[in-house]
Ligand binder design. Structure first.
Ligand code: ZN
Length: 431
């Protein structure tokens, strides 16, 4: 009864959710500034219009967070979390429609953030509006956060660390839920084993290099060695076997060359590794005595970060280049950006009651049984799950392959589906 009502209300809200998405896109909340103060006022205005209680939580005044609070009969609180910041639009020539005009055309909303993830935010706002007129079995909080694209320092990470995120289960609105065709739940996301390789040598005048010991020369000998970690087969917990197979199936559908398909087949059973920063040298006529390289290494959650780190140590030692070693993980970052933090991922087992009930919700909303996958990149789920300790599952309205790209868009169909799912879940949740 209530579920049917949510679905009916959601289906009537296609114009509203498209316009809200467009409205949110019009605020440029791109990093490096990542300003979200005006968006938060926009969301507050919407909530006020429907008499929905809300609070703003701020640690950085330019990057506030807002929560909509709906009362329920039980004390089993459900959270929904989504971010309102976006990545920069890049070159404006690459966009067919301007990045921040939120053009709505032929059932599609265009613009930066439409898919990642202001569309899901709009869907959550409409869900809150629909639910505010109903009797809810459980209290629900919809959190709209800042700073996700740069790690959540003023957003979810801070909210979790300061004890503001409290609930029994959490739905993350980020990510690509596969729409009605290929629905899928995000069980979690990969984590990192970020690694810094440092080379020390001896300086000398550039005209007499034989008197020195060139740190750059040594570093570049070892960099290709570190890539060997990409062949280290990860040991994964058993309950991840099926999600890993499902994830590969999901991503392989998006891979359109044999090379990409091959990469996807390895994507969860081996680490990915890429050297993304190299630093070294001070002047053209000075033999460098120091150089460093940083590797972004990503692992399926459940894999042992320390086992991978030990393996990298072994590889570097075996390379046998004196003065080249892995920086200790506690060592402060050379450029002062703090420590190379523990970035292990997280996942929820697909066998939990929460996962089953969320799966049921999506099946009812789409008519298809959803697959379950691991996201390759991080979300606010890292904070809600690992810091706040709340089981977190994701379903996002995003279109696959458009996040962080020019010509980002979202279909109104996906937005309505988001309203159906976020709105209905409280009625499926039975703790
Ligand atoms: Zn996102």
């Amino acid at each position: 009864m209530s579920i049917a009502k949510v679905f009916a209300e959601a289906d009537k809200a296609s114009k509203e959710v498209a316009e809200l998405t467009s409205g949110l896109v019009k605020f440029n909340s791109a990093h490096p500034e990542g300003r979200t103060d005006e968006i938060v006022s926009y969301i507050a205005e919407y909530l006020d219009k429907y008499g929905i209680e809300h609070e703003v939580h701020v640690t950085d005044p330019k990057k506030p967070n807002i929560v909509a609070k709906l009362p329920g009969k039980s004390n089993h609180k459900i959270l929904w979390v989504g971010h309102i910041d976006v990545v920069p639009e890049g070159k404006s020539e690459a966009w067919k429609y301007p990045a921040y005009q939120g053009i709505i055309k032929d059932g599609i909303v265009h613009g930066r953030g439409s898919s990642d993830m202001k569309g899901s935010d709009a869907a959550a706002m409409v869900s809150a509006r629909i639910l505010s007129k109903m009797r809810l079995p459980h209290p629900v909080e919809f959190w709209f956060t800042s700073d996700e694209e740069i790690g959540g320092g003023a957003g979810a990470k801070w909210l979790a660390e300061s004890g503001r995120l409290k609930g029994e289960v959490c739905v993350i609105g980020d990510g690509n839920g596969g729409g009605a065709e290929n629905p899928s739940i995000d069980l979690g996301c990969k984590g990192g084993a970020q690694t810094r390789l440092i080379a020390k040598g001896k300086t000398a005048h550039g005209s007499t290099p034989f008197l020195g010991d060139n740190a750059i020369t040594k570093l570049i000998k070892v960099i290709p060695e570190v890539y060997k970690i990409g062949n280290y087969k990860l040991a994964l917990p058993e309950d991840l076997n099926k999600p890993v197979r499902d994830s590969i199936k999901f991503y392989i559908g998006e891979a359109n060359t044999p090379e990409l398909k091959k990469a996807v087949r390895r994507l969860f059973n081996y680490p990915t590794v890429t050297c993304n920063i190299i630093n070294g040298g001070v002047k053209i006529n000075v033999v460098p005595d120091y150089a460093e390289a940083e590797f972004d290494i990503r692992l399926t959650p459940g894999a042992s970060v320390s086992a991978v780190k030990n393996e990298i140590e072994k590889i570097v030692k075996a390379a046998g280049v004196p003065g080249v070693e892995i920086a200790a993980s506690t060592e402060t970052h050379a450029r002062g950006s703090g420590k190379l933090a523990d970035q292990a991922g997280f996942y929820e087992s697909p066998d939990t009651v929460f996962a089953k009930q969320f799966s049921k919700t999506i099946k009812k909303a789409t008519g298809k049984r959803p697959g379950m996958k691991i996201l390759t990149g991080g979300t606010d789920g890292i904070s809600t799950s690992k810091i706040a300790g709340i089981p977190s599952l994701g379903y996002g309205t995003s279109i696959s392959g458009v996040a962080h790209q020019p010509n980002e868009y979202i279909t109104v169909e996906n937005l309505v589906l988001g309203v159906r799912i976020y709105g209905a879940f409280p009625y499926f949740y039975k703790p």
